[in-house]
Design a protein around this ligand. Sequence first.
Ligand code: NZQ
Ligand code: ZN
Length: 391
Amino acid sequence: MDNFIFTSPTYFVFGKDTENKAGEMVKKFGGTKVLIHYGGGSAVKSGLIDRVKASLDKENIPYILLGGVQPNPRSGLVYEGIELCRKENIDFILAVGGGSAIDSSKAIAGGVLYDGDFWDHHSGKSVEKALPVGTVLTIAAAGSEGSGNTVITHENGMFKRGCRTDILRPKFSILNPELTCTLPPFQTACGITDIMAHLYERYLTNTKDVEVTDRLIEGLLLSVINEAPKVMKNPQDYNARANIMWAGTLAHNNVCGVGRTQDWTGHSIEHELSGLYDCAHGAGLAVTMPALFSYVLGHDVARFAQIAVRVWGCQMDFANPEITARKGIEALRQFLISIGMPKNFEELGAKEEDIPYLVDALCCGNGRPGYIEGFVKLDKNDCEKIYKLMV
Ligand code: NZQ
Ligand code: ZN
């Protein structure tokens, strides 16, 4: 196991009706004037924004609203949010929504206290300081409620880039599984896929002897695989929603990723897809994962065979472990199809003729050196072959 430093300072408030504690939480973490930042309308329609406002009113905390965050959040609204926060002397940002509202909030939080262009933070410059962010989560998916990451799509070119720093980890996150009951089945499934991807990207490691984190990941994957069909069948199943919601947080606050190298080439490959086609991140991952894993399987057959046996219940073929490894990838693919995820470029809305553009943006865009590196180093040729496997 590698040396590590781990901090997960977010204060989690979990359970029914907890959104009514938003005001109390903002006060606890020192907010005196709040920007409530939210998405395209689901939180307004469900009455959630009104409940959050009432809870701030109860604590006499003034606020302003900025809605309209799109899935795959855009740079334009981040610039607008930064200006608004400066003009209104905002000292706390409350994200209400999913990964997109939270990531947009984090990008604004870092941008308000920075003299230059916030995009610098998405091009490798570290964030030195940021406004505090709190979240009221409405979808179990991205794990942004417990992570230090923000992923934004730059409208000038439609490419998507992330920024990661512990400074951007939320001060608090309110997780009420009931709020996720209004999700359309497709979004529920996209969230489940993203959670699984976060676990897989950590499982694919080159570090030896990481039994504890291996077992944490396997346990979370088993739980998600068990609970997912329940919510797909009955969207109102509170306990299944609750289990998936907490799994989503644990999958990405890095408790499962410490002390080991991680992959993340899968996310980089996908981000080009959701950046260019504006598809849902989880749907893009459903198409990416089986292709990528099949391509890199030879790098560590034993690791893929291990997850096949421990998570997917495959029988170990000791004479030919590669057969077991491939069965595990196929089991993942079939599972994703069973919850309604796309299985290829066509179903995702991606186009084969764009592959040269995708490869170039992936390997060379935004100052990248001509390759991406994680579990395996992938050059342009590799990435082209992986995208072709998705067609
Ligand atoms: O905008 P509204 O109207 O709220 O609708 C949203 C949106 O259309 C809807 N939705 C959310 N909660 C709902 C709901 N509809 C009904 N009822 C509810 N309770 O769902 C749609 C998707 O929302 P979004 O916030 O985009 O979903 P998600 O949480 O999957 O976030 C995806 C974004 O997070 C990034 C992705 O790249 C993508 O841009 N990621 C962020 C990460 C991080 N910060 O740590 C890590 C991830 O790997 C990921 O890259
Ligand atoms: Zn993800």
